[in-house]
Ligand binder design. Structure first.
Ligand SMILES: [Zn+2]
Length: 140
C-alpha cells in the first residue's frame, strides 16, 4: 500500500459515508426516495422535488468523459510530479457528475464522450479514491 502524499478528503458527515462505500469498492450517490433523482455532491434536500428523503444508491460505475482540462503547472507541491494530468469530469449513467481522473489514458488521448468505468485507487488505509479507466469494449 502506498500512502498518498497529496491532501486527502476529510472524513466527516456524508463525505465519510461516500468514501466508506468507495473503500468497499462501491460507488454510491444520494438518490431521492420520493422522485428517484440522483444527486452529487451530497446535500440534504432534493433539488428536483424538495424532499428530505434519500438513500445511498449504487451507481453502475459506467459513464463518459463530460469535460476535462489538462493541468500543466501544479498548483500544489504534491502534484508536481503528476503534471501534465487531466482533471476530468465524468458523467455517470445516472446523470450525476464526478470530478476525477482517467488513469489509463494520457491527457493528449482523452476525448469528450469517451466511455469510462469506475476503479478505485488506494490513497491511505482509510481512503480509496474513485477514479476511472477506459471502458472495456464488451461493457456496453
Ligand atoms: Zn426528489
Amino acid at each position: 500500500m502506498t500512502e498518498a502524499n497529496f491532501p486527502l478528503p476529510v472524513l466527516e458527515g456524508h463525505s465519510a459515508d461516500f468514501y466508506g462505500y468507495c473503500k468497499q469498492g462501491e460507488l454510491r450517490f444520494q438518490r431521492c426516495t420520493d422522485c428517484q433523482a440522483w444527486r452529487h455532491v451530497p446535500r440534504e434536500l432534493c433539488a428536483e422535488c424538495g424532499s428530505w428523503s434519500w438513500e445511498w444508491a449504487r451507481s453502475s460505475g459506467k459513464g463518459e468523459v463530460f469535460t476535462f482540462t489538462v493541468v500543466g503547472r501544479a498548483l500544489h507541491p504534491a502534484f508536481a510530479e503528476a503534471v501534465p494530468y487531466a482533471a476530468t469530469v465524468v458523467e455517470l449513467e445516472e446523470g450525476v457528475r464526478l470530478l476525477s481522473k482517467v488513469t489509463d489514458v494520457p491527457p493528449d488521448e482523452l476525448e469528450i464522450g469517451m466511455k469510462v468505468e469506475v476503479d478505485f485507487e488506494v490513497a491511505s488505509d482509510e481512503i480509496s479514491l474513485p477514479v476511472f479507466r477506459r471502458a472495456s469494449a464488451s461493457s456496453d
